[in-house]
Design a protein around this ligand. Sequence first.
Ligand SMILES: *[C@@H]1O[C@H](CO)[C@@H](O)[C@H](O)[C@H]1NC(C)=O
Ligand SMILES: *[C@@H]1O[C@H](CO)[C@@H](O)[C@H](O)[C@H]1NC(C)=O
Ligand SMILES: *[C@@H]1O[C@H](CO)[C@@H](O)[C@H](O)[C@H]1NC(C)=O
Ligand SMILES: *[C@@H]1O[C@H](CO)[C@@H](O)[C@H](O)[C@H]1NC(C)=O
Length: 245
Amino acid sequence: MCFQRWCLALELLFLLHLLLATSTQGCSKYQVTAISGSNVSLQISNLSTNYEQLTWLYSVHQKILEWELNKINLFNSKFKNRVSLNGNQALSIVNVQKEDSSTYILRVLKESGKEEEWHISLEVFDPVPQPNIEIQKKQEVNNFCHLQLSCKIPDQSITYTWYGNSRALATGPQSFMLEVTVNSENHSTSYTCEVSNPVSSKNDTVYFTLPCQLARSSGVAWIATWLMVMVPIVLGLLWTQDKLF
Ligand SMILES: *[C@@H]1O[C@H](CO)[C@@H](O)[C@H](O)[C@H]1NC(C)=O
Ligand SMILES: *[C@@H]1O[C@H](CO)[C@@H](O)[C@H](O)[C@H]1NC(C)=O
Ligand SMILES: *[C@@H]1O[C@H](CO)[C@@H](O)[C@H](O)[C@H]1NC(C)=O
Ligand SMILES: *[C@@H]1O[C@H](CO)[C@@H](O)[C@H](O)[C@H]1NC(C)=O
């Protein structure tokens, strides 16, 4: 038994310790990626329904909304007109922007008095811009062609992949430059730079012809347009000749 003051204080400390220990349980990490302008729904897949209070926070300091006894309290935040609670659990955000990227927190107070917390990291990306291959170097030496192509985009989160005849040659976050030396045996007829991030990808292609020529469009496409222009002219010539005789 415990009657003395110091003893009571110790018991209180022990209780507090227990409370703190249980409150940190059930904290796991979730990751969500989204394209800017889309609508997202943040949720925990296996959340049980026996809770008394549910709170969504944007970082530790900013509450977004709170659910308690079937009432929703919307806090004054930059989300005020863009959020809603879906099925009493999921946080729906309309028209997400890059600035909304953050670690969101879901805090749940269970009927047992136990508090649980989940962290969901939301990363919002803009669609990648259209890349444009720049020819940095094009040098012909002894039947070899030395090429240096670049398609750099000023954005940290971009991954570059270079293809020669649709076969991957190089890939990585820093691979904005392709440098190859080719000859008649091992050249590719096209070189493609694909830029991508977790939500989108775009590419640009240049076409190679021996010994060391690069063009924006393929020879096939060029011939097709050439035919479309030449056929009417030829027909026109035939027709005028017809009239002469
Ligand atoms: C997002 O939700 C809003 C409101 O519900 C709707 O008007 C809009 O079309 C949705 N946008 C997309 C990209 O689904
Ligand atoms: C939910 O599921 C995850 C993995 O599937 C598990 O780690 C976590 O403990 C579960 N949470 C609850 C509250 O059941
Ligand atoms: C093509 O072949 C030449 C000579 O064998 C070699 O130096 C060069 O690196 C090769 N290029 C590619 C892209 O494989
Ligand atoms: C390049 O983009 C087009 C669509 O714009 C796509 O059809 C094609 O598969 C892409 N090529 C590569 C190599 O990613």
